[in-house]
Design a protein around this ligand. Structure first.
Ligand code: BT5
Length: 254
């Protein structure tokens, strides 16, 4: 990882100005969290070439290929209401999707609510934000398959990388910088104007709008048609018994 190359391409004032790098860690989110009580501040980022215990939501595993993918955590502060922290997932997904769309306009990039980046019908990346109540900070983790050539058998046919989708190796450093540049822009807009511009932005990348989906929320499962996000950024689903808003659920396209 060439940290100078990231720094040269950064146009931010806050995000990515201080970069922590380790060749191997368990999880960049876990590592970032440990540094919070040593005073790590907003905008600092944590990068690695290899994760031995990368995690997704609900303690699921995040796979990666050493030195080929982006494994990044960003420290941010939430808006006044911690209940709105999941909205930062949306801001992050939109920022990174837009950054990739700018670099790769021909790729069919999309966002599968709430936190997946897709190319066509395959998962390219994911976002995991975690709140640390002791410091009042949020750690936003981003995993993005950049130059991975293969995936475990569980992910075959379901995951892709930028290299597989474009047919060429891509620079992780350029993508990290572009993602952070877009993140800072969207984060400031979100601070000034709230979630509505983010929802508008997400709409153009939505892979779910108008499609039939199965939602699993806690112990409950239901089906319906996805029909955009409400003002809080929750996915709305039209079911037989009326419209429902998904707060935190897993969505499967039918
Ligand atoms: C996510 O969770 O998609 C969030 C992933 C966040 C990973 C980053 S890496 C840097 C930072 N440090 C961490 O430890 N984590 C963050 P979720 O929606 O729960 O999706 C997890 C599911 O995606 C797994 O159960 C697999 O099915 C699938 N998956 C795992 N690795 C993948 C990969 N490399 N590409 C595509 N799909 C993957």
């Amino acid at each position: 990882m060439d940290l100078n190359r990231i720094q040269k391409a950064l146009r931010t004032g806050t995000f990515g100005r201080k970069i922590h790098f380790e060749a191997t860690v368990d999880s960049t989110n876990a590592w970032a969290q440990k540094t919070l009580n040593q005073g790590a501040g907003r905008g600092e980022i944590f990068l690695t070439d290899e994760q031995t215990a990368g995690r997704g939501r609900l303690d699921r595993r995040w796979e990666s290929t050493p030195e080929r993918d982006i494994l990044l955590s960003i420290i941010d502060i939430p808006t006044a209401d911690p209940a709105q922290i999941p909205q930062l997932n949306l801001v992050t997904g939109l920022a990174f999707c837009e950054a990739l769309k700018t670099k790769f306009p021909k790729l069919p990039l999309g966002i599968k609510w709430p936190n997946d980046l897709w190319v066509g019908m395959k998962k390219l990346g994911g976002v995991l934000s975690e709140y640390d109540p002791a410091s009042g900070k949020v750690i936003i983790g981003i995993g993005l398959n950049v130059n991975a050539d293969t995936f475990s058998s569980a992910l075959k046919g379901k995951a892709t990388s930028l290299k597989l989708a474009t047919g060429a190796e891509q620079s992780r450093e350029e993508i990290i910088a572009a993602g952070l540049n877009h993140y800072e822009k969207w984060r400031e807009l979100y601070d000034r104007e709230g979630l509505s511009p983010v929802i508008e932005g997400l709409d153009q990348f939505s892979t779910l709008n108008g499609k039939r989906v199965r939602v699993t929320e806690g112990n409950e499962t239901y089906e319906g048609k996805a029909c955009g996000l409400n003002r809080e950024g929750n996915l709305q689903v039209e079911t037989k018994t009326g419209k429902r808003a998904v707060i935190a659920g897993d969505i499967v396209l039918l």
